[in-house]
Design a protein around this ligand. Structure first.
Ligand SMILES: Nc1nc2c(c(=O)[nH]1)N[C@H]1C(S)=C(S)[C@@H](COP(=O)(O)O)O[C@H]1N2
Ligand SMILES: [Mo]
Length: 332
């Protein structure tokens, strides 16, 4: 299947799609504290501070979100944000067990400070980067993104972070770098799931370099105006909103630049079910089930309708160009 190519060529994300709802002025924000003032500086440029302040609603209260206008039909910011309670208690983080409730229960023992991320491979500036330095690298923004799991559920989460591209530029990939591999923590002492062989640990994910550089690809340190809860991938994770959730690795310890397509944990586990690209695509079924619809977490009442899944999870205008001319059934 060929995707629609965008007549305007590459389109940067429209501000309304990634509206940073300023949590900063009214709420205690660990990230800002840690970054000692570096965060938040760029927030006001997108919209008036007043509007931002009004738009922000604390976890559990979302009515004000609808006030944010969007130029894109079905745009993200018009959707109701998932309750914090649901987003932090229904998780996939197999290092802590395969049950959705396991991460919230077992991840609390994970020490997340100090934390370092090793940058290696085909870059000019490899090395160990402390979390504090990564936090300061770019202004934090709040971005409301859908997270769509391959299991058929989705959530809408206000993430805090910045475009991964800021880090990538800083470490200067060599011309030969074509892919980025993300390696996450695998510590059998603190992660009970790592003692079982459900996956080939550590959990590894990967992106093509241009996907990793895309402004929508977020290096996230927080959500809902707070530091990430441990079950959500503290102290830092990726959020790649147009791909299935498993591409968004949690608790990252290594970022490696390579010239070869990385072997990812899910691809190793079941190559016919989980390809390298894993773009959200209603037209490409998982071999064991359809991917055409999704269930929004928090909407599972008796009469809750399933939602139609959108190509690239609704971010086609922003990311479609990355895959122009590619057969998405083959490169699934
Ligand atoms: N390290 C690690 N990262 C991971 C996973 C995991 O098991 N281990 N699960 C992935 C999957 S399948 C999904 S859907 C999302 C879930 O993120 P959430 O629990 O914050 O909703 O995390 C992804 N990142
Ligand atoms: Mo997932």
């Amino acid at each position: 299947m060929l995707i629609k190519s965008n007549s305007q060529g590459f389109v940067h994300p429209i501000p309304s799609e990634i509206t940073p709802l300023a949590a900063y002025q009214s709420r205690r924000n660990m990230i800002r504290l840690m970054a000692s003032g570096a965060a938040g500086a760029a927030l006001a440029s997108w919209a008036g501070r007043e509007a931002l302040a009004q738009a922000w609603a604390p976890p559990g209260k979302h009515t004000a979100l609808a006030a944010i206008k969007s130029a894109t039909p079905g745009a993200l910011t018009m959707e109701k944000v998932t309750d914090y309670k649901d987003a932090s208690s229904y998780n996939n983080f197999y290092e802590f067990g395969t049950d959705k409730a396991d991460p919230a229960q077992y991840a609390q023992a994970l020490p997340t400070s100090p934390w370092q991320v090793e940058i290696e491979g085909l870059v000019k500036k490899p090395g160990r980067y402390a979390l504090e330095d990564l936090l300061k690298l770019s202004a934090q923004e709040e971005r409301i993104y859908r997270l769509r799991c391959v299991e058929g559920w989705s959530m809408v989460i206000p993430w805090l972070g910045y475009s991964l591209s800021a880090l990538i530029r800083k470490v200067e990939p060599l011309g030969s770098a074509k892919y980025v591999e993300f390696v996450t923590l695998a510590d059998p002492k603190t992660m009970p799931g790592v003692r079982s062989r459900v996956l080939d640990w550590p959990y590894v994910e990967g992106l093509r370099l241009d996907e990793a550089m895309h402004p929508l690809t977020l290096l996230a340190f927080g959500m809902y105006g707070e530091v990430l809860p441990k079950q959500s991938g503290a102290p830092l994770r990726l959020v790649v909103p147009w791909k299935y959730g498993f591409k968004s690795g949690k608790s990252i310890v290594k970022i490696r630049f390579t010239d070869k397509q990385p072997q990812t944990a899910w691809n190793k586990a079941a190559a016919s079910e989980y390809g390298f690209y894993s773009n959200v695509n209603p037209a490409v079924d998982h071999p064991r089930w359809s991917q055409a619809t999704e269930r929004r977490i928090g909407e599972d009442g008796l009469f809750a309708k399933k939602r139609k899944t959108l190509l690239f999870n609704g971010y086609e205008a922003q990311v479609g160009q990355l895959y122009a001319g590619m057969d998405l059934k083959k490169f699934f």
